[in-house]
Design a protein around this ligand. Structure first.
Ligand code: ATP
Length: 400
């Protein structure tokens, strides 16, 4: 239907980006991106007026997202479940950079200029669907098909990584995902552009690495980034722990693998607290995540009592009481024995232990209020934890 409507308007429309690459590689991809040689927003609005759904557009970039719904499915004669959630339309554009690492300024251009601003040759492939005379033509201006066959990640020009250093992280991500090699000259350009990584915003680095967590084995991407010096270029203290593969595998075996924070805990909690702060600030984590990773560090490395066999429960509660739940969860997953079991037992039972008596009980006994109250209640709790009290009667005797 997109082709049909575009052909009626004799607009040049192309399927572009990851979906073309993945179609040719026979890999699943559900992100449908079209480039329109003309006004993509007007075209998306035309599709919406004809087939329903809704359009959200972003005029400065000439882009529009057409959200499809049950009515669209009916108008298109497609089963609702088979319809993608949305389709993206972008006006063909070329970008130029006022200065390296600045946000691009956009102006209209043709499909070749649009494809020419992309990151790697394998991402420059397009399938033309309109005008009718060119339907299903594969557009390959930058030898993307050859690189796709050879399994190579190659940039389009030698300043690509200077224009946008996040492409260094993207190159590694695609190379790991597709099991492609970073072509030699491209690898050389990466080495030369590494210092530029220091200049990209923390948010962009963080977002790019968060995408890495969604790959099948992000640890190999991290090892590659570490080996090429990219982690150190992001922040000099940024080092991966040596047993990363084992830790990520443990995470994937658990529900926690959907939490991108969990990966950051694993990556950074082996570092000293001041490095965690510095890297967290560089990546604009926000205070709660930095504090939580530091807590994971403390639990794993700085509490000798957790390394003992069968420590007294009250001593464990005293050190873990203030720790965030997520840090405990992560630490339990990654600690060796006996620490792991101790943390789990704390989470499953010790942290919920409370004495039967409370402030009112002490008042009723005629005790004058003051700090002594919390001291007594703490002693009671510890006695329960350590098995010195096992019933209410025993607690009452203890209080007397
Ligand atoms: P994925 O399967 O991970 O979604 P994708 O190829 O669709 O891969 P996106 O990040 O969704 O990647 O980007 C869509 C397209 O935009 C890419 O194919 C790429 O050509 C282009 N692109 C994205 N980021 C950049 C960038 N930093 N520099 C140049 N081109 C980029």
């Amino acid at each position: 239907k997109v082709a049909e409507e575009a052909q009626k308007q004799t607009l040049g429309v192309y399927l572009v980006g990851g979906i073309v690459r993945d179609l040719l590689l026979e890999r699943a991809n559900h992100d449908i991106d079209f480039v329109v040689e003309g006004d993509a927003i007007a075209f998306a609005e035309h599709m919406q007026a004809t087939y329903g759904g809704s359009v959200h557009s972003y005029a400065p970039f000439g882009t529009a997202k057409w959200h499809l719904d049950a009515d669209t499915a009916e108008a298109l004669g497609i089963a609702n479940g088979k319809l993608p959630d949305h389709i993206d339309f972008a006006s063909a554009r070329n970008e130029y950079y006022l200065h390296p690492t600045a946000l691009p300024t956009v102006y209209s251009g043709s499909i070749k200029l649009d494809l020419g601003r992309r990151d790697f040759t394998i991402n420059t492939l397009a399938i033309q669907i309109s005008p009718a005379a060119h339907m299903w033509r594969i557009v390959d201006y930058f030898s993307g098909l050859d690189d796709l066959k050879a399994g190579l990640i190659r940039v389009l020009h030698s300043l690509s990584f200077v224009d946008d250093p996040t492409r260094i992280l993207r190159a590694v991500r695609f190379s790991e995902r597709l099991n492609f090699k970073i072509e030699d000259r491209t690898a050389e350009l990466i080495t030369n552009a590494l210092p530029m990584l220091r200049r990209i915003t923390g948010e962009r680095v963080r977002n790019e690495l968060n995408l890495l967590w969604q790959e099948a084995a992000p640890e190999s991407g991290i090892y590659t980034l570490a080996k090429m010096g990219a982690l150190a270029a992001i922040h000099p203290a940024f080092k991966a722990p040596s047993h990363l593969g084992k830790l990520f595998k443990r995470l994937r075996a658990r529900d926690l693998h959907q939490e991108s924070d969990a990966y950051w805990h694993i990556l950074l909690s082996h570092l000293p607290n001041e490095d965690i702060t510095a890297i967290g600030e560089r990546l604009l984590f926000g205070k709660p995540l930095i504090t939580a990773i530091q807590a994971t560090h403390t639990i794993l490395y700085e509490l000798p009592v957790l390394k003992e066999n069968s420590p007294k429960p009250s001593r464990v509660v005293a050190v873990l009481g203030a720790m965030p739940a997520f840090s405990l969860e992560i630490a339990a997953l990654f600690a060796e024995e006996p620490m792991s079991t101790t943390i789990r037992t704390y989470m499953d039972s010790w942290q919920n232990v409370r004495p039967k008596a409370d402030g009112n009980t002490l008042k009723a006994m005629g005790l004058s209020t003051g700090p002594i109250y919390s001291q007594i209640l703490l002693q009671l709790k510890n006695a329960w934890l350590d098995g010195e009290i096992n019933s209410q009667a025993e607690e009452e005797r203890f209080l007397e």
